[in-house]
Design a protein around this ligand. Structure first.
Ligand SMILES: [Fe+2]
Length: 345
């Protein structure tokens, strides 16, 4: 299909978030026009899957209990894009097409336009090191409570999902724990307690809405209605990148040299000295890369749209109950009015 994008900005940024400080510290929803591009329809997702490197199109599954991390990956060898989409509709699965900006030029143009429009609407804000994933997920599927290192935005296109963000938990997260996550020493999935929902920002995200939150804010997601299609993007403002570098410098210098550094200031002599020392360490890349191996989830099943739950266990056993879609999942999770008013962030 042609790559013509609709005229005008592809997103709305509310007036109160049009400064870098307000935007980067904001937790809010607004609207976008990605649907008008026609790039994120089921039909075009099939086209994208056809050309996308299969190793960058992970299909995962999860249990039903948000407090028990049961995330694993599935094999899709030999399946066509239509087979994968059929399995996503039938099962309890999550497709993550990664590195969209590198492999899907038309979608990349639309996503870069979103970011360009964001920068234009928010003078002084720049989104560097952009990346994007396309997410297609089953009715009722979920993503466990976790923290992402970069700043992120979820652009929702189809279906409905409830998103919880936990700014109070960010404030309460022990510094060591946050530092470990940012230094890629620890899985991003952190323990979750349902009582935290009381202080959460919860919203039922509808097609055409986007949501963002301050960097490192814990969040989780449950699909509520239908097959869900979203674009998840990540970026770093210059400030956000320095912040990550400061945390990684703290962690590496302390691990390697026993220096008890605590400041996460992103300017001044302390930051410059740490950043310089950090950059001087040739082991940094190896350090981060080695610790990334923690992110490999086990491969436990094969995706199969003809199987009862759209998955077949690699160990030959029946699919555990925890990974079966529940018929009445939509009824069991009634859609409630969004709670849009936000706590201080
Ligand atoms: Fe996330």
């Amino acid at each position: 299909m042609s790559a013509a994008l609709p005229d005008g900005p592809l997103l709305d940024l509310p007036a109160e978030y049009r400064t870098p400080d307000a935007f980067e510290n904001g937790l809010f929803t607004a609207t976008h026009r990605l649907a008008e591009t026609g790039l994120f329809t089921e039909e075009n997702i099939l086209r994208m899957l056809e050309s996308h490197p299969r190793e960058l199109a992970n299909v995962s599954r999860m249990g039903h209990d948000p407090t028990v991390l049961e995330w694993s990956e599935g094999l899709t060898d030999g399946l066509s894009p239509a087979d994968i989409l059929a399995a996503l509709k039938k099962g309890r699965l999550w497709l993550n097409m990664r590195k969209i900006l590198d492999h899907q030029p038309e979608a990349a143009a639309a996503i870069n336009k979103l970011y360009d429009d964001l920068e234009a609407a928010c003078p002084g804000f720049t989104a560097t090191r952009r990346s994007a994933n396309v997410l297609v997920s089953s009715p009722g599927a979920m993503v466990y409570y976790h923290i992402d290192v970069p700043q992120n935005i979820l652009w929702h296109v189809s279906g409905e999902k409830r998103v919880w963000a936990y700014p109070k938990r960010l404030a309460d997260t022990p510094r060591d724990e946050l530092e470990a996550i940012i230094a890629v020493k620890k899985e991003e999935d952190a323990g979750y307690d349902p009582s935290w929902d009381e202080d959460a920002f919860a919203v039922d995200l509808k097609p055409g809405e986007w949501i963002t939150w301050p960097q490192n804010t814990p969040h989780r997601v449950e699909n509520r209605v239908g097959l869900n299609i979203s674009v998840s993007t990540e970026h770093y403002s210059p400030r956000a990148f320095k912040y990550v570098r400061a945390h990684r410098a703290n962690r590496m210098l302390r691990d390697r040299f026993g220096l008890p550094l605590k400041s996460t200031a992103t300017s001044g002599l302390g930051y410059s000295a740490k950043a310089a020392a950090y950059l001087a360490g040739r082991a940094v890349q190896e350090y981060v890369t080695k610790n990334r191996s923690l992110y490999h989830y086990p491969k436990t099943f094969r995706v199969d749209p003809t199987a009862p739950h759209a998955t077949v266990e690699l160990n030959g056993e029946p699919t555990p109950e925890a990974f079966r879609p529940r018929e009445a999942s939509a009824a069991a999770m009634p859609v409630t009015e969004p709670e849009r008013e936000m706590a201080n962030v």
